[in-house]
Design a protein around this ligand. Sequence first.
Ligand code: OAD
Length: 237
Amino acid sequence: MDPDRKRFSRLTAAALRPLVITGAGVSAESGVPTFRGVDGLWRSHRAETLATPGAFAADPGLVWEWYDWRRSRVATARPNPAHRWITGYLAERPSGLLVTQNVDGLHRLSGLPDPVEIHGSLWTVRCTVCGAEAEDRRIPLPIPPRCAGCGGLLRPGVVWFGEPLPAAALERAVTAAAVADLVLVVGTSAVVYPVAGLPALARDAPLVEINPEPTPLSPAAMFAVRARAGEFLAPLC
Ligand code: OAD
């Protein structure tokens, strides 16, 4: 085994309560575009301008078209070796936790039973009138989709910029960070809070990062793997 994989295996094997944090990069090799990469634009819109309550209030149809496009991209995507390695790793460590910023559902699809999907899911919808939440896997959606119960406008079951994170999910993440004996951060630019702040809560736990590019977390990392996550982890699956 090459030295990087050897070191990575040694560090990860030693942990009993690892906190694994993932972002869009973990799904890049499944064909899901990242947010801030060169393929992150949709028509000429940036994610940050569409994923807001203001954008939805101004033009729900436009925002729904973007989500409908993302759902159709993700519907055919399959977990890659990075998802699979994380699932296998945490299956052996019941006190570990995965916190993902991804809304694509690929960690679940790879067999991970209870990931913290801290930014919600592309596959849930919530009524803006009666608040009912439901799973909805229709592709394409009627735009804009309406609540089966009350006819109100539905919104995606995701967290937008400017909105608080779901309290229960945040609590699980913060608690896991406080007791973690390793923090593994995979495929996130680590610029969106509060997730980007979780590693700092894990006081003495070593930080390991897998990302082809440096991030604001890199200076604090004990070990930074500069590689694509799926490629790096495939031989370790
Ligand atoms: P970004 O698009 O900001 O960052 C993706 C990161 O993945 C970058 O640092 C890339 O270098 C890295 N990357 C690309 N390919 C990779 C690969 N094959 N293996 C490993 N890493 C790779 O996505 P996030 O950090 O997830 O929030 O963005 C965080 C949040 O901002 C998202 O959840 C979303 C977004 O706007 C909301 O919508 C609330």
